[in-house]
Write a protein that binds this ligand. Structure first.
Ligand code: SF4
Length: 761
């Protein structure tokens, strides 16, 4: 029987700590999966949903963007995928009665965990700050018509369309994303910030410049065929768990694995695959070489590896370099300057470790580098990813089966949304095609990304935030600044399935628009609909929900955009918004005419498993860059410098977390249970700083603006982090990340390198 949501907000700063684990998944993963699924859905519903997730006739997991192979297992999901499904298919409900019982002031005191555990929102809700006597503001039920009226009122009252922000979270389907960007452009703005601004924007910027397309170049089959896989700045055991199956398969085929991370992670150490009895109990050792790098030391590491490859006779693929690349000489010159002294300082690694890595690189004919936020959320992130590309180009590991670049996307359709045009800096060719197709005149000026959107709200240059899914307030940096900026808005609108912090921090007027989830059946006038998503490896496939919607009052994401567009644009718009709501095939028809690679979209996506998008560097070794070649780059080596008595903090997820969604208070692979306000510190650093294990401390970040940002009351956990490096969970530590501390070029918040000091709590 599904359980009721927790009433009280559980104490979160009394965690228990035991030694970290050395293997991921196994029997415990099955236990945790079934416990959480049963709590949220009960037994029967658990079976109905988990047997459909990631199946060819089922729905796409609302978790990360890891692909499925052509052959599907009965259980085609991981523990964290099951948690994501359970949270969405939960039987718990947030009704108007809930909001009547919980005024805004109360919701604002609640943790993200508690808010998320309350269940699915059942009806549209409106809040008018200052309207209630005694300031006792609370959300009230509102009709959909009235909700769209309020949106139209506020949007049409703006002095400029650029005072509106249209934010997209990576859960949004291709169809909804395509309509959302079309609406924004017909309305007159490119203000389309999205969650990838905060995660893989640095990858997109670096790859577009170096190989001509901002996406990974490998398929799942490539990963199985690689003979060397470098996993850098990524914790797949928690954030992309089924990647472990692919690593296991590659290992079984003889591949070797190097993992580069400031933290030892159970998931890259050993994988106990629950799909096989042997796997479940003995498991497979994954990492052959663990490089416990200092936070932000990756560019220096790859630069030195590139130097050593260049200096090793016969180690470079001269034919590939000659035929397909540009800028080799600049890299050779820059590599000459790379020296052991600086690199060992920057990386915290030893010479023998780097020489071991070099030997594995030289022994490999098919190398793949996988990465995530550990590389993308630093000031020099773009330069670091370019350096990764340099290593692959030197040995011709792009456009070769079993080789290539693999930025692993964290949200189920974040890559698809970008492909659909959710981008504040759209390519002119895309806008030309859109204008041709719809007879509109899209704005050409670049819009605001996430950081610039917050700055615009703070400075009064933006007045309306419309968020398609996600948790804008919880996911963004500099929490106090962001929350104050949001509260200045005239209107905040959140299209949501469940509650989160963004519903408790509002503009003067706030709307919650409850929408269908991936697990819900979506029936429109033309019948049952499906949506499509694009995974981390460019596979586009259908997703069909199988559950009765959580409430009869929900609208689908495409329907919400179509009705908003009609309310705001009125009869002036020739776009067939009603037809798009009635039948999503008509949306796909238009997509097939606007976006290259989607020709014959409806027919191709109707095939079980869908289709793979073209990728010129992978498919033809053709590089659509400014030079028409793959570009080597030679940026100066950078790495964070930390004053004495401070440490470099990275913000990260626990194992019971997906982005800002908190499934539970445990981080069992790291041996931390029952709490989240912890800071992991290397015992030797703790000794030097006088931080006893189990003591409590405030974290204070220091930034060039002289503002002290404080996160109070964290339990010190002595943990085998790299020297000089600490780690703590977000969103609790987002308050420490200055808004202006971002990556060069991509403007991604530098959430992985925050200089902090410790003060007694
Ligand atoms: S690996 Fe990612 S997409 Fe696959 S089931 Fe797990 S969370 Fe979902």
């Amino acid at each position: 029987m599904a359980t009721k949501p927790p009433t009280g907000d559980p104490i979160q700063d009394a965690p228990q700590v035991t030694p970290p684990k050395h293997a991921a998944a196994g029997l415990p993963a099955i236990g945790h999966t079934l416990r959480i699924a049963q709590q949220q859905m009960g037994v029967a519903r658990t079976a109905r949903t988990l047997l459909k997730v990631n199946q060819k006739d089922g729905f796409d997991c609302p978790g990360c963007a890891w692909p499925e192979g052509d052959k599907r297992h009965t259980a085609e999901f991981c523990e964290n995928g099951a948690k994501a499904v359970a949270e969405e298919a939960t039987l718990r409900r947030v009704t108007p009665e809930f909001f009547a019982a919980h005024p805004l002031a109360d919701l604002a005191t609640r943790s993200g965990y508690w808010l998320g555990q309350q269940g699915r929102i059942t009806e549209p809700m409106l809040l008018e700050r200052g309207a209630a006597p005694g300031g006792d503001d609370r959300y009230e039920p509102v009709s959909w018509e009235k909700a769209f009226e309020v949106i139209a009122e506020e949007l049409t009252a703006l002095d400029s369309p650029d005072e509106a922000l249209f934010y997209t979270s990576g859960r949004t389907s291709n169809e909804a994303a395509f309509l959302f960007q079309l609406f924004a452009r017909e309305f007159g703005t490119n203000n389309l910030p999205d969650c990838s601004n905060m995660c893989h924007e640095s990858s997109g910027s670096a790859l577009t410049e170096t190989i001509g397309i901002g996406k990974g170049s490998v398929s799942l089959e490539d990963l199985h065929r690689a003979d060397l896989i470098i996993v850098a700045g990524q914790n797949p055991g928690t954030n992309h768990p089924r990647m472990l199956s692919a690593l296991e398969k590659a290992k079984t085929a003889g591949a070797r694995i190097i993992s580069v991370n400031p933290l030892p992670e159970a998931g890259t150490e050993r994988f106990k695959n629950p799909q096989t009895p042997i796997g479940m109990f003995r498991g497979t050792a994954l990492t052959d070489l663990f490089l416990q790098i200092r936070i932000g030391g990756d560019q220096a590491l790859f630069r030195l590896l590139n130097k050593l490859v260049i200096e090793t006779d016969g180690a470079t693929d001269e034919a590939f370099i000659r035929e397909h690349t540009h800028g080799y000489e600049d890299l050779v010159a820059a590599a000459k300057e790379a020296d052991w002294e600086e690199t060992l300082t920057a990386t915290g690694l030893t010479r023998p470790e780097i020489e071991q890595a070099l030997a594995m690189v030289l022994a490999s004919e098919r190398t793949i580098v996988c990465w995530a936020m550990g590389l993308t959320q630093h000031k020099h992130a773009v330069a670091t990813i370019r350096e990764v590309v340099n290593l692959l180009l030197l040995r011709g590991n792009i456009g070769r089966p079993g080789a290539g670049v693999c930025p692993v996307r964290g949200h189920s359709n974040v890559q698809g949304d970008r492909t659909m045009g959710i981008f504040e800096r759209p390519a002119p060719a895309f806008l030309d095609a859109l204008d041709r197709e719809f007879g509109i005149t899209s704005p050409r000026g670049h819009g605001y990304d996430v950081v610039r959107s917050i700055q615009a709200l703070r400075d009064g240059r933006a007045k309306v935030l419309f968020a398609m899914g996600g948790n804008f307030v919880g996911a963004t940096p500099d929490t106090e600044v962001t929350e104050a900026a949001i509260r200045k808005a005239a209107l905040t609108v959140h299209v949501s399935t469940k509650l989160n912090r963004s519903h408790a921090v509002t503009g003067r007027r706030a709307l919650i628009l409850p929408t269908l989830g991936r697990t819900d059946k979506d029936v429109q006038q033309s019948g049952k609909q499906f949506v499509t998503v694009e995974d981390s490896m460019g596979m586009v496939h259908a997703s069909r929900g199988n559950l009765a919607p959580a409430s009869p009052h929900l609208l689908s994401e495409p329907a919400i955009v179509a009705r908003m567009a009609r309310a705001v644009l009125g009869t002036a718009s020739a776009t067939p918004w009603e037809e798009f709501e009635r039948d999503y095939a008509s949306i796909r028809e238009r997509i097939s005419r606007v976006i290259p690679g989607f020709e014959d979209f409806n027919a191709r996506v109707a095939r079980p498993g869908g289709f793979q998008l073209p990728h010129a560097p992978r498919d033809e070794r053709r590089f659509p860059t400014k030079t028409g070649k793959a570009n080597f780059t030679a940026a100066p080596v950078e790495y964070p410098r930390v004053p004495a008595g401070r440490l470099l903090l990275q913000t990260l997820r626990s194992h019971d977390q997906y982005n800002t969604t908190i499934y539970g208070l445990d981080d069992r692979y790291r041996g931390i249970t029952g709490g989240r306000r912890v800071v992991m510190v290397n015992p030797a650093d703790a000794a030097e700083l006088g931080l006893a294990d189990g003591s409590y401390t405030d974290l204070v970040s220091e930034w060039t603006d002289g503002v002290e940002r404080r996160a109070p009351g964290f339990r010190v956990v002595h943990y085998p982090t790299a020297r000089g490096c600490a780690a703590a969970y977000y969103p609790e530590t987002n308050v420490l990340v200055p808004l202006d501390s971002t990556a060069d070029v991509s403007n991604t918040p530098a959430s992985k390198s925050v200089v902090v000091r410790f003060e007694p709590a």
